[in-house]
Write a protein that binds this ligand. Sequence first.
Ligand SMILES: Cc1cc2nc3c(=O)[nH]c(=O)nc-3n(C[C@H](O)[C@H](O)[C@H](O)COP(=O)(O)OP(=O)(O)OC[C@H]3O[C@@H](n4cnc5c(N)ncnc54)[C@H](O)[C@@H]3O)c2cc1C
Length: 381
Amino acid sequence: MRVVVVGAGVGGLAAAGLLVDRGHDVEVHERADAPRETGAAFNLWSGGTAILADLGIPLDGLGTTLDTIENRSWDGRLLGRIDLAAATRRFGTPQLCVRRLDLARRLAARLPDGTVTFRSACVGVTPRERSAVVRLADGTTARGDVVVGADGGRSVVRRGILDAGEPRPTGWATWQGMMPAPPGAELVRAGFFMVGREGLAGMFDAGGGTVQWWFDRRWTPEEPAPESVVADLRSRFGRWADPVPALLDRIGDDDVSLYPHHGHPVTRSWGRGRVTLLGDAAHLMPPTAGQGANQALEDAWVLARTLDDADDVPGALRAYERRRARRARLASRVAVRESANRYRPRRARMLPDVVGTAMFVRWLRFLSDRLHEPDSGRTRS
Ligand SMILES: Cc1cc2nc3c(=O)[nH]c(=O)nc-3n(C[C@H](O)[C@H](O)[C@H](O)COP(=O)(O)OP(=O)(O)OC[C@H]3O[C@@H](n4cnc5c(N)ncnc54)[C@H](O)[C@@H]3O)c2cc1C
């Protein structure tokens, strides 16, 4: 089958790899000049890393394996510790903090030469009876038996096939970056987040002595931009316990990127005819639950398998969407509530770590189609 993928983010590149492996003829059109660099790093859980392993992507050096995450209050009190290594033992694939650019490069490098065309923006899509056509900004078209819109939260493909409205702001935003670990944050295979009235601060080991850090706080698009982003963050988070002040002392305005939080309502299916969506194009969600990229990989994995020997291609695409919508909707609902960012001092009591860990491991499995596969749970080296 000829498959045209729009967008070379983590979802589009993974889908391309999985589809090529299953014998399809794939072309990817990407608007940007090169693999995207923004977003620093993100977390992939066992389902996502199992899919990377299926793709033959070496996980060594891709980021850091995370063994623990601590939940702390703004004044430094430990509220709970999740044993991520337990999830790694349970599923056989690790929890990783991955540098976004490194992952995009590895996913792109395993594709046949010429699969990805950069500077090739989709401006529209037309589903036809026996094919689907992507219109490109240079006036040319790309025709496929299937078109996959993997073009992110502001998807052109989505707008062309669904009347589901624009992404809705949740009233929160993330300020994020990566830097050498500040004093007090020399994390080894570990991360933490701290929560208080002002919002949430987090840091994760990103490998090589660097940390991925972020602040979440309430924000609306109408809010005037502060003169200095870092001064604004300092005025809100500067009195928090270490290592937050040390981090704020070391960053400059150029080190910080702003990501407003948005979410899509996740519809039961998200395609039309031979056109479908995956990843943020299908179900944009805020980063609060650390699930967007994981769900994009899950989409890619289910989509590729659903197209195996599909006689009724539109029917197969709707089956893929229905299968994924259930889990993606759950992840999205939790993320859109932004509950991880809300400080509830009365409810911030210690949950026994063993219970918190067990709940987290179950949650990872709930959200993953890959981890429901019979071979999941066997240890991979
Ligand atoms: C601050 C932050 C932290 C996050 N942390 C995590 C985390 O810890 N774990 C997690 O799982 N997720 C996390 N996420 C979410 C994750 O980054 C996204 O869900 C994921 O990148 C979605 O992948 P995608 O391939 O669907 O879309 P994208 O990565 O957005 O890729 C879409 C691609 O399509 C291209 N494109 C767009 N329009 C067009 C067009 N018209 N024509 C051609 N190409 C086009 C874009 O240039 C881009 O390359 C985080 C997000 C943010 C902002």
